[in-house]
Design a protein around this ligand. Structure first.
Ligand code: ATP
Length: 440
């Protein structure tokens, strides 16, 4: 290991004092229970790229859980062990977390399934990782503190901006790495190395992605959606043919791209108004457009979309073009209300895919009207008592009409208006009776 360079200087230049002290302490505790200990993976990658990263992943050559318990005792942190994986999470008083793992090799008995685990050395642990840029470690024990363990020329790839697998079976062992490759490529503006790309395409065409659970695929897509420029990554997934293996009936046309671009523009505004909006469902409104019923059922099964979401999507998809023109000609809110009612956030997101900025602004005003409009004085009970009506569909019609009118005019007098609405309903009923009588 003496041919590895020491990067203590970089550590002191780029990291907070607090983090450095913590890393130093972890190294000291490693010595105290005689275990070599390293910080690994994304933390090392981002340190070398000079990008802030507070996800500290520690690997020990020895029992990771035992080590975590020792550190937890010294630093008064809570230890959450995962016995099955020989890993543990340390949770400090201030909420700061560190993941501790046991250096290990993994066997993949079947592609796409969770690996079997064996205790191992740091070199083998790094070799099983996804890409060279993520396969470096920094030693923390005091006698070697700051030594960069780079067995596979990882630093060179990092400097040249190359995403490279460590061995030819990598994508077969874990096909979600195909999606991860694209994520890192677009996050850092790196390039997937040629040989890696060749193997990726070969394994993709052999349908290895289909062997992975939908939940794991969805997780990786969700990580892409947390990135700063998700659309760039989605485009690349489409370009490499990966998207077709996730959304089998989606044709990534320029129109599709434009729709997604509009959705990404509108999405933050929806999130300001509704809680728990899923970016995955949001893009799915566009990606799943015009799927046949069977494929939609398959997708629901595989990726866990709620039944309601799929039903609403199917129900509203033919309304998008009419609604687009209604919004573009700025029809009144009450007219829009007659088509989609109160709607739901995913209908609005879907609709935003069809609208330019001006249209989106109008849609947003509609959403705000829906969210801010309530009938304050007139209730079902009020209508029944006032007009001497028995409960039935008429009551609801009157309330809905009143509500729609209030969308157009928030200051209307509910009491006066509901009387007019009632008179008109009466007139209609009378007319209907008259014409029925004269027809006889
Ligand atoms: P991010 O900055 O997005 O958190 P990360 O590299 O830290 O990226 P994590 O998913 O937190 O990503 O994983 C931590 C480390 O574990 C990675 O750096 C990588 O070395 C390894 N790793 C994660 N997922 C895989 C995988 N599917 N296959 C192999 N190694 C993986």
């Amino acid at each position: 290991s003496f041919n590895f360079k020491n990067i203590t200087e970089i550590i002191y230049e780029r990291l907070d004092r607090r983090i450095i002290n913590l890393l130093r302490l972890i190294g000291v505790y490693g010595n105290e229970i005689k275990m070599p200990v390293y910080v690994v993976g994304g933390f090392v990658r981002d340190l070398l790229l000079n990008i802030p990263n507070y996800d500290i992943d520690v690997v020990v050559e020895g029992n990771g859980i035992e080590f975590a318990k020792y550190v937890g005792k010294q630093l008064d942190a809570i230890v959450v062990p995962y016995e099955k994986f020989y890993t543990a999470t340390l949770v400090f008083k201030d909420g700061f977390k560190i993941d501790v793992a046991t250096a290990r090799t993994e066997y993949y008995e079947k592609p796409g399934e969770l690996p079997q685990v064996d205790v191992s050395t740091i070199k083998k642990d790094l070799y099983r990782r996804d890409f060279t840029i993520n396969a470096m470690a920094i030693k923390l024990n005091p006698n070697e503190f700051g030594v960069l363990y780079d067995f596979f020329n990882c630093q060179k790839d990092l400097e040249e901006g190359i995403i490279r697998i460590l061995h030819n079976l990598s994508f077969i062992e874990d096909p979600t790495r195909m999606i991860r490759a694209v994520r890192f490529e677009s996050r850092y503006n790196f390039k997937i190395e040629e040989h890696t790309l060749e193997i990726l395409k070969r394994n993709l065409e052999a349908n290895y992605l289909e062997r992975v659970s939908g939940a794991r695929i969805r997780q990786e897509i969700e990580k892409i959606l947390e990135e700063r420029q998700p659309l760039i990554a989605i485009r690349r997934l489409a370009e490499l043919g990966i998207l077709k293996h996730i959304f089998p009936k989606t044709y990534y046309t320029p129109t599709m791209d434009e729709k997604l671009e509009r959705v990404f523009r509108f999405l933050p505004l929806v999130k300001q108004r509704y809680q728990n909006i899923s970016d995955f469902y949001a893009i799915s409104t566009v990606l799943l457009e015009f799927y046949d019923k069977e494929t939609l059922d398959f997708m629901r099964n595989r990726y866990g979309y709620p039944k309601k979401f799929i039903e609403s999507l199917k129900f509203t998809e033919n309304m998008m073009l009419p609604l687009k023109s209604m919004i573009e000609s700025q029809l009144s809110f009450s007219d829009i209300y007659k088509v989609i009612g109160k709607g739901n956030p995913y209908i609005f997101i879907h609709l935003s895919a069809y609208l330019d900025d001006e249209g989106q602004q109008y849609l947003l005003r509609y959403i705000d009207a829906i969210l801010n409009t309530k009938l304050e004085k007139v209730t079902g009970k009020y209508v029944m008592e006032k007009f001497n009506l028995k409960s039935g569909p008429v009551i609801n019609e009157i309330l809905e009409t009143l509500y729609a009118m209030k969308l157009d005019n928030p200051n209307l007098d509910e009491i006066l208006t509901v009387e007019k609405i009632f008179e008109e309903t009466q007139n209609k009923i009378n007319k209907a009776e008259v014409s029925e009588n004269t027809n006889r």
